[in-house]
Design a binder for this molecule. Structure first.
Ligand code: NI
Length: 281
């Protein structure tokens, strides 16, 4: 009886000693008395880079998976309550204001960039990429691709790519044709580059500088799961867009429509197979 009671005491005591030993190891440090070291800044940086590389690989895979059955998308499949905000024709003078709103509201977006804006607004483009937005191709000079042959179109896409790379920004294999204009050669050029054409199903017509409140309301009345919303952050000032954006984002979230980037949409809610080519072909 007595022995059992001793055992009864000894077990928790042993556990206590064990726990103290465990806790004591980091506090006590090595024999040199140096305090225990957490991960260094370099370790944290390496970990961040590893995670980013993993995210990028997943996104690239999502694009390539969708390219196996279609050359273009105008919306996601509509199976998730997600929408994609997209901004064309930047970087421009309004890009930073738009990035401020996106950061404040923790809203990811996709930027279809023209190369001509990069010499003046390259830092805004770098910031967009650093803040986790997706960067994609919208040509160098914003031409009517439907009026160019394959070589001319390839040059427009490749020149933009070089301009984006020149400021150290990585972009995804996603392409949006200016004026929604393209021809059969466009698909050949994109196929050779493993690049997906991304159109839209909700047009804000923000290039016409509409009343911001009306613009937000129009988007909220048209947006549905899978919607891709077309806006502009360049080439000039986009004050209507800047003013409409907070209300639009609030409204989308109220409708339980979560903003995602195009690669996230491709991964979570890819377009339905068998969509016909967009009109114009
Ligand atoms: Ni455009």
């Amino acid at each position: 009886m007595k022995r059992r009671r001793l055992l009864f005491l000894a077990v928790p005591l042993a556990l206590l000693v064990f726990v103290i030993a465990l806790i004591g190891i980091p506090g006590g440090g090595g024999s040199d008395g140096e305090p225990a070291q957490g991960p260094t800044e370099a370790d944290l940086q390496a970990e961040r880079e590893r995670k980013l590389a993993l995210k990028r690989t997943r996104e690239d895979r999502a694009i390539q998976r969708v390219l196996r059955y279609t050359t273009f998308m105008r919306a996601g499949g509509g199976t998730k309550r997600q929408v994609a905000l997209t901004f064309d024709d930047g970087p421009g003078p309004s890009t930073d204001e738009i990035l401020d709103i996106l950061r404040r509201t923790r809203t990811p977006a996709t930027f279809f960039v023209t190369g001509v804006g990069i010499p003046d607004h390259g830092e805004s483009l770098q910031r967009a990429a650093e803040e986790g937005h997706t960067i994609a191709n919208h040509t160098q000079n914003h031409p009517d691709m439907g009026a160019l042959d394959a070589a001319g179109q390839e040059l427009e896409i490749a020149t933009q790519e070089e301009a984006v790379e020149s400021v150290g920004v990585d972009q995804h294999n996603l392409f949006r044709p200016p004026y929604r204009a393209f021809n059969q050669a466009t698909f050949e050029v994109l196929a050779a580059r493993n690049s997906l054409m991304v159109l839209w199903d909700v047009d804000t017509q923000d290039y016409a500088s509409p009343d911001p409140n009306g613009m937000a309301q129009q988007v909220l009345s048209e947006a549905k799961p899978g919607s891709i919303i077309l806006m502009h952050d360049g080439p000039g000032e986009r004050s209507s867009t800047v003013q409409a954006l907070p209300e639009m984002i609030r409204g989308l979230r109220r409708m339980n429509l979560q903003p995602v980037t195009i690669p996230q949409m491709l991964a979570n809610d890819p377009p339905a197979p068998g969509e016909r080519y967009p009109e114009g072909l």
